[in-house]
Structure formats: C-alpha cells, structure tokens
Ligand binder design. Structure first.
Ligand code: HEC
Ligand code: HEC
Length: 187
C-alpha cells in the first residue's frame, strides 16, 4: 500500500515536470516568420595605439580621440612581451624588467615559482640568470642561505612589459648618453 502511493506521487511529479517543460518550450520558441532583430552598432572603432595629443607627445588615454557624444570600443588588451631577450637597464641598480610571461607563476607564503628557475641551485637547469647576491642579503647586509624576505615578492620590483604605448612621455637619459654629449651642447 505504502509503495503504491509513492509510485503515484512520483508519476504525478514526472508528468507535471514534463508539462512545465513543454509549456516553457512552447512559450520560449521564437515565432516562425519573425526576422532577427539587428544589433545596433553603437560604438566607434578606437585606434587605441596611435591617438597622440599633438605637441605633448602623450597619448590621449581616456577618450582616445573619440568625440564626446560617441562611445568608443574598448581598446584591445596589450600583450605581454615574451621574447626571452634581456632588456637593457637604464641605470646600474635598476631591477631588470622580466623578459618572459609570468602568467600563473604563484608567489605566496608556501612557494615561490620564480625561485624554481632563478635560485642559484636551479639556474643552470633552466638556463635562467640566478638572482644576484643582493637578493640574499638582509637589511644589516648579512648574507642569508635562502632568498631574503626583503626580496621574496619579486613583482614588487620586477615587472613584465607589454606592447601598450607609453601613456606619458619620458625624457630620461642614461648616464652614458649624458657623458657622450659634448660639453658645449649641455644645458
Ligand atoms: C621556467 C623558468 C622560469 C621561471 C619560473 C621564471 N623565470 Fe625569469 N627567467 C627565466 C629565463 C630562462 C630567463 C632568461 C631570459 C629568458 O630566456 O627569458 C629569465 C629572465 C628573467 C629576468 C631578466 C634578468 C636580466 O638580467 O635581465 C628577470 C627579472 C626575471 N626572469 C624575473 C622572473 C620573475 C619575477 C619570475 C616569477 C614571477 C620569473 N622570472 C620566473 C626563467 C624563468
Ligand atoms: C626590493 C626589490 C627587488 C625584489 C623584491 C627582487 N629583486 Fe631582483 N633585482 C633587484 C635589483 C635592484 C636588481 C639589480 C641589481 C642587483 O642585482 O641587486 C635585481 C636583479 C635581479 C636579477 C638579475 C641578476 C643578475 O645578476 O643579472 C634577477 C634574475 C632577479 N633580480 C630576479 C628576482 C627574483 C626571481 C625575485 C623574487 C624572488 C627578485 N628578483 C626580487 C631588485 C629586486
């Protein structure tokens, strides 16, 4: 007896679900001869890379040349440079920029992905430059056996570079170019 009631309940539930499904399908189905609604193209293409403010040598970062009454496409995302070629440093104590992508390289309390390749012991295996001796020094200039806590979070100082245009013009000259300027031409 008990079982029969159960089966009836289950049967009714299934029938109800089928009914709701069919009803939903009927309602949600598009009408036969309805033309697809064209999506209005509201935004203006933006040349994210080349809109410079005349004279200032800077790019117009916010509207990128799109008139105020129009909406611009979001500019394409910049790509991380991943050419594996070390870049020149602008001055001797500059933290070198990272010449490879670092997506997914975890650096936290338990593990430091960068040190997998850049620790002195592993550097040869991965053909990576080992971190310099400063990375093992504490604030009293004592040398530690492992990476110094001061240098643990690599991305505080080392950053990847992207192919995005520079937003702000920069007149930095390194010491070699200053020294090579003839004295008369100096400001
Ligand atoms: C899979 C191994 C590997 C990992 C992991 C790795 N690197 Fe590298 N790294 C290299 C190699 C190899 C080079 C040498 C240039 C090249 O081949 O890209 C390099 C170059 C560099 C340089 C340039 C050094 C110079 O003298 O110009 C920096 C800075 C750097 N890595 C930082 C990092 C940081 C920060 C991380 C973690 C977010 C990291 N690397 C993770 C292999 C690695
Ligand atoms: C507080 C800033 C700072 C942090 C944090 C830091 N570095 Fe550096 N790094 C530097 C500076 C400055 C230099 C260049 C001068 C020097 O070697 O000390 C450098 C140099 C390097 C070099 C080139 C070494 C050579 O001899 O050419 C590598 C590779 C490097 N760092 C990797 C790392 C990795 C990997 C980490 C994280 C474990 C890290 N750095 C953390 C500042 C930092």
């Amino acid at each position: 007896m008990q079982n029969r009631h159960l089966w009836i309940a289950v049967g009714l539930t299934v029938a109800l679900m089928a009914l709701v499904f069919v009803a939903g399908w009927m309602v949600g189905r598009p009408a036969k001869h309805e033309a697809p609604v064209p999506v209005p193209v509201a935004s203006t293409p933006v040349d994210a890379r080349a809109v410079f403010v005349p004279g200032a040598g800077q790019i117009e970062a916010i509207r990128r040349g799109v008139p105020i009454d129009q909406e611009g496409h979001p500019p394409p995302m910049a790509h991380v440079e991943n050419a594996d070629l070390k870049r020149a440093r602008a001055y001797p104590m500059q933290p070198p920029t990272i010449p490879h992508a670092i997506d997914g390289y975890q650096v936290d309390k338990n593990s430091n992905r960068c040190m997998l390749c850049h620790a002195r012991a592993n550097a040869a295996t991965f053909q990576a430059p080992p971190v310099s001796v400063t990375h093992y020094m504490d604030r009293d200039d004592q040398f530690l056996a492992t990476i110094s806590p001061r240098r643990y979070f690599c991305n505080q100082c080392h950053v990847v570079q992207t192919d995005a245009p520079v937003l702000v013009a920069n007149q930095f000259r390194d010491i070699d170019s200053v020294l090579s300027t003839p004295p008369t031409a100096k400001e």
